[in-house]
Design a protein around this ligand. Structure first.
Ligand code: ZN
Length: 119
């Protein structure tokens, strides 16, 4: 019997970082400063994070206090999104599942290359 917790899978989320940006507040209907928490979503299987599957933003308007959870983290939310997105990358270990799955194939490819070079 495999214990149930070992075959658990689904989508988990984990905060990446927080920031302060000018966003379009749906309540104030203009650009206002807001506290933003960027949250990463990850597929997981058992204890292993397999790969990232998106980002969300939790936004709190500093002027009116309007809160939005699960807003899309894109250029519609933050005007200088292209500049700031590099600060909110998924942590490297969230790709560990993909790396482990790819590892045997990488080993085989490297082995084949070595065999070809030395023959
Ligand atoms: Zn507001």
């Amino acid at each position: 019997m495999i214990p149930h917790f070992l075959i658990k899978y689904g989508v988990a989320n984990s905060p990446i970082d927080v920031g302060e940006y000018l966003v379009k507040c749906p309540s104030c209907e203009c650009d206002e400063w807001a506290d933003i928490m960027i949250v990463g979503n990850y597929y997981f299987f058992s204890f292993l994070l397999i790969f990232p599957c998106g980002k969300e933003a939790n936004v709190i308007c500093k002027k009116c206090g309007c809160k939005r959870y699960g807003a899309a983290f894109d250029s519609k939310l933050i005007s200088n999104y292209e500049e700031v997105k590099k600060y909110y990358k998924h942590p490297w270990f969230t790709y560990l599942g993909v790396a482990l799955a790819a590892f045997p194939f990488v080993v085989v490819i490297i082995y084949q290359l070595i065999v070809q070079v030395f023959n």
